[in-house]
Write a protein that binds this ligand. Structure first.
Ligand code: FEO
Ligand code: CA
Ligand code: CA
Ligand code: CA
Length: 559
């Protein structure tokens, strides 16, 4: 009956049950198809890029859709639909020969891994039954771990980011671990560098600096890049990691444009970037740092802006803040400045975590995506889980109230005066995920969680044009123990006014669902399926991370 009640309460679909299969499930009356799979060609000279046995061959690996799709945005440019989409990381096991033991054995194998990550810009078109990639579109582009970039803002050109290869400190190469996304008010793409630390190693071991410790730069990288490309060897290039962990702006309308790393927005393990135009004209960007006990940040441009005015400098000149969530449900943004932190401006941006600790930001349960409501001044952040909450160094607080938090929660705040640049806000919890079939205490979840809609580890989050909150999960899909009855990772829709939440889609076992955008006419939702299990979606061979299209058979809009 809860399913019927939800269908009657404003959701435009009949909520679905959990699934434990290696398939996609969508509600009655909906269809789906894969639009872009790992290894699919963007250009016709990479037409035979992928084989079910061997994966992608290195010579065309920068001309195909990358692996492990994540955040994405759709832009309408000259009447065409262009998706910019991240490839967060690679699974060496399915990309490298079995004999390699999941570590590259040559520079070519390392290059393959570098090419399959970063960002894909691709035109998509409606070919009747779902969308397809427009192969050879002039907008198609791959941005990889090696693509030339520039930097702006207070850190660009300083000693912190100068290297032997780039003595000016303004021309970094590549973008790393592109997780969530964002879009600017002026129609460009923001890609967010998350676990960049995992790409660096020390060929000659030495003691870590304080900064390396706080950001997790250690002895050996995930992909042995340091063995084949000296710039990833921190023992010879100690500043190279300082050139990653930023928000990067990409112009999807110009495939020759040089991506820009905006250092004014701070360096940490960025999840996504939620840009909003404050009522007083300032450009505000909300940013989460996805690590246990790290902070939620806000950037406010110094200049105010109005549509049609030049946008230069709006993301280069501003103030970075960390959030403090008080137990009385009030909150404040604490400015990170030389005065408040005792650090220089370039230092406090490069080591924003350390600056945030100095001013007393609230340690959070792994801030993942932030989404801002399209019709009112309100922002939501998915706090995915935190196995260490309640430890001595990370006591519970009102916004992160459960020790050993394995289910996660979504916190939301409303800026005072409905102005996103105000320094104070009020907050509450939209939902505490949990399992009411296993627990009766706080771990059962909040009142809007029931046996029919439960989930764990909220992660991706976007509002649709009607003000409904789409929630994607990246959690435990064992369907056992504390997670019994929760099934595979999934995508749900939340009504922020009533609190109700209904399940819309389930991913194949092993996958997380991450990344969501809509076609220009809002009739198709593009959804990202990352690290699927089995042989999804082909039904044979390797599992392939993919962007799928989901639409209604009756042709109505889906958000
Ligand atoms: Fe890449 Fe925090 O998810
Ligand atoms: Ca995520
Ligand atoms: Ca996650
Ligand atoms: Ca992921």
């Amino acid at each position: 009956t809860s399913v019927q009640a939800q269908a009657a309460s404003g959701f435009k679909f009949k909520p679905i049950d959990i699934a434990t299969d290696y398939l996609i499930q969508v509600p009655e009356g909906f269809k789906w198809k894969a639009v872009a799979r790992w290894g699919d060609p963007l250009f016709s000279d990479a037409a035979d890029s992928y084989s079910p046995e061997g994966g992608v061959s290195v010579d065309v690996s920068d001309k195909v859709f990358g692996e492990n799709t994540d955040g994405m945005e759709l832009f309408e440019i000259d009447g065409r639909q262009i998706i910019a989409v991240n490839s967060e990381y690679v699974n060496p096991k399915i990309n490298l020969p079995e004999a390699s033991d999941s570590k590259p054995q040559s520079a070519a194998e390392a290059q393959l891994l570098k090419n399959l990550q970063g960002v894909t810009v691709m035109e998509v078109a409606d070919k009747g039954d779902g969308y397809e990639v427009v192969v050879d579109s002039p907008y198609n582009r791959r941005i990889t771990n090696d693509t030339p970039m520039t930097m702006d803002g207070p850190v660009a050109g300083t000693d912190l980011v100068r290297t032997d290869a780039d003595p000016e400190g303004r021309s970094p190469l590549g973008t790393l671990n592109n997780c969530g996304s964002g879009r600017t008010l002026w129609g460009t793409y923001l890609t967010c560098e998350e676990n960049f630390n995992g790409y660096f190693g020390m060929v000659t071991e030495r003691e870590q600096t304080q900064g390396e410790k706080r950001y997790g730069i250690k002895g050996e990288s995930n992909y042995l890049y340091e063995k084949y490309d000296e710039r990833f060897d921190v023992s010879t290039n100690p500043n190279e990691p300082n050139r990653f962990g930023w928000i990067v702006e990409i112009d999807p309308s110009d495939p020759k444009s040089v991506p820009v790393k905006h250092t004014a927005l701070g360096r940490f393990k960025h999840e996504n970037a939620a840009m909003v135009h404050a009522s007083d004209g300032h450009v505000v960007v909300y940013l989460g740092d996805d690590e246990r006990g790290e902070f939620i940040y806000r950037y406010v441009s110094n200049a105010s802006w109005a549509e049609g005015q030049p946008t230069d400098g709006l993301l280069a000149d501003g103030t970075l803040y960390v959030a403090k969530f008080n137990d009385d449900m009030s909150g404040e943004w604490l400015a990170l400045t030389p005065e408040t932190t005792g650090m220089s401006l370039p230092e406090l941006l490069t080591f924003a975590r350390m600056a945030g600790s100095k001013v007393g930001g609230t340690t959070m349960d792994r801030p993942e995506w932030i989404a801002t409501h399209p019709h009112r001044a309100e922002a939501y952040c998915a706090l995915t889980n935190n196995s260490k909450r309640g430890d001595e160094k990370m006591p519970v607080n009102a916004a992160n109230p459960r020790p050993t938090n394995e289910y996660g929660q979504i916190v939301r705040w409303r800026p005072d005066g409905d102005n996103h640049s105000a320094d104070t806000f009020t907050w509450d919890l939209y939902v505490m995920a949990g399992n009411p079939t296993v627990h009766e205490d706080a771990y059962a979840g909040s009142v809007n969680i029931n046996a029919g809609n439960m989930f764990n580890s909220p992660d991706g989050m976007m509002f649709d044009s009607e003000g409904m909150l789409w929630i994607q999960t990246d959690g435990d899909d064992s369907n056992e123990g504390d997670f019994a009855g929760q099934g595979n990772n999934q995508m749900l829709v939340g009504n922020p006014d009533t609190g109700q939440i209904a399940r819309f889609l389930t991913g194949p076992k092993g996958s997380e669902v991450t990344g969501l955008c809509w076609s220009s006419d809002r009739k198709v939702a593009f959804v990202g399926i990352q690290h699927p299990g089995g042989s999804w979606p082909d039904g044979h061979g390797k599992p392939r991370s993919s962007v799928i299209a989901v639409w209604r058979e009756d042709g109505a809009t889906v958000g």
